[in-house]
Design a binder for this molecule. Structure first.
Ligand SMILES: C[S@@+](CC[C@H](N)C(=O)[O-])C[C@H]1O[C@@H](n2cnc3c(N)ncnc32)[C@H](O)[C@@H]1O
Length: 390
């Protein structure tokens, strides 16, 4: 493909990504994969170059652009050579007309900027590293390090590794044997904040496909009860095969009915040593992995998420035994999803006490801790550890 044809493809892809973001459609990666499936003429070099252009344009625009062409005209402001590729050639984009407006550059949507004033938002858009968690049920970090040249131990998570280059992890024997899982160091630290012990009863209330459940299982040495819940059947169904690969035999999954979650949890009332609420959230802390998520968040959606988060926090509290632990986490840097939620909870529940979830890293924020790409090199998270009265 000519450079102009690549640019035109990137514009078409951006159009599809913008439409998907407007209507809660598929994520950018899914849109890109579907686009190339029907365009076999694009070779691997073309695909790489087009993808690169698409993500550069996405990262540059905090607000959802009008269309793909505006997004790309915006990128051409940073990279003037791109302007020459708007050349009207057979597969290239039409020449730039007088008065055409490029999408403005910004790190975050304007309505969110004041709420993220405490964050280095530029770092939220840098490329994310690839971290692995070594599964201690099957392997030892030192041994895995020997097999992965260029990997280094993570700074704070004791079972983590950071890879120097991206690697098709799922094709690696270490992954196939269950010795490693892909997991950001921040997520590893949240599992660590649970201080799950062998023999305990631990509930992972929003387990999804079980990323943190598997880390908890390793901390429990496979002993005790680990109940992984979620309302999303598809996500939860991905956990059992992962647990099998990881050699984690003590996980039970429980599908919850949205708005009737408590009905499936009656037997756990007041008995859990620890409940993890890894709540559904805006994902502002993971924008470096999903930069187009900035185009999807609206005040309405944020409002729905914060209501759900406070409901889940209340539900989780009913499951914790006297003296037990409630760990609340969101991959968001917004106070309304993090520190404010915990402050409201503590005000309504006298006797519950917050403690720092781990000695380092993170910056204290309200009753919890914020992890962020700029200060800790992890995805952005808020995490709080709250103990119930005895
Ligand atoms: C941040 S994700 C969890 C990620 C997961 N813990 C991990 O480490 O991979 C939040 C999860 O909450 C689930 N969820 C949404 N509403 C829920 C509800 N009412 N009760 C329980 N889980 C819910 C979503 O389906 C989603 O899987």
């Amino acid at each position: 493909m000519t450079p102009s044809a690549r640019l035109q493809s990137a514009i078409e892809l951006l159009d599809a990504i913008i439409t998907a973001a407007r209507g809660a459609g598929p994520a950018a990666d899914t849109v890109i994969a579907a686009y190339f499936k029907t365009r076999r003429y694009a070779g691997s070099g073309d695909r790489r170059a087009i993808r690169e252009l698409v993500y550069l344009a996405i990262r540059r625009a905090g607000e959802r652009p009008e269309n793909g062409r505006a997004a790309m005209l915006g990128l051409a402001e940073n990279e003037p050579d791109l302007r020459d590729l708007f050349d009207g050639s057979p597969h290239g984009p039409a020449p730039i007309a007088n008065g055409e407006s490029p999408a403005p550059a910004s790190a975050v949507p304007a309505w969110l900027a004041p709420r993220l004033a405490h964050v280095d938002t530029g770092a939220l858009l840098e490329r994310a590293p690839l971290d692995l968690r070594v599964n201690r049920l099957k392997a030892d970090r030192g041994d895995v390090l020997d097999e992965l040249p260029g990997a280094a131990p993570t700074r704070f998570a004791p079972s983590g590794l950071r890879l120097a280059d991206s690697l098709p992890v799922e094709q690696h024997p270490l992954w196939r044997d269950g010795a490693v899982e892909v997991q950001d160091e921040g997520s590893q630290l949240i599992a660590l904040a649970c201080r799950a012990q062998p023999g305990e009863t631990v509930v992972d209330l929003c387990a999804g496909a079980g990323g943190k459940t598997l880390a908890l299982a390793a901390d429990m040495g496979g002993e005790g009860r680990l109940i992984a819940c979620d309302t999303d059947r598809g996500r939860l169904s991905r956990l059992p095969p992962r647990a099998e690969r990881a050699g984690a035999a003590n996980i039970e999954t429980r599908l919850l009915d949205p708005n009737r979650e408590a009905e499936a949890l009656v037997d756990l009332l007041g008995v859990a040593d620890c409940v993890l609420v890894d709540a559904p959230c805006s994902g502002t802390g993971t924008w470096r992995r999903n930069p187009e998520a900035r185009w999807r968040l609206t005040p309405d959606r944020l409002g729905r998420l914060t209501s759900l988060q406070s409901r889940l926090l209340e539900l989780a509290a009913t499951l914790v035994r006297p003296g037990g632990r409630l760990i609340y986490a969101v991959c968001s840097l917004l106070d309304e999803e993090g520190a404010d939620q915990v402050a409201t909870f503590l005000a309504a529940h006298p006797g519950w006490r917050a403690a720092r979830p781990f000695p380092a890293p993170g910056i204290d924020r309200g009753a919890g801790v914020l992890l962020s790409p700029s200060t800790d090199g992890t995805d952005g998270f808020f995490v709080a550890s709250i103990e119930s009265p005895c």
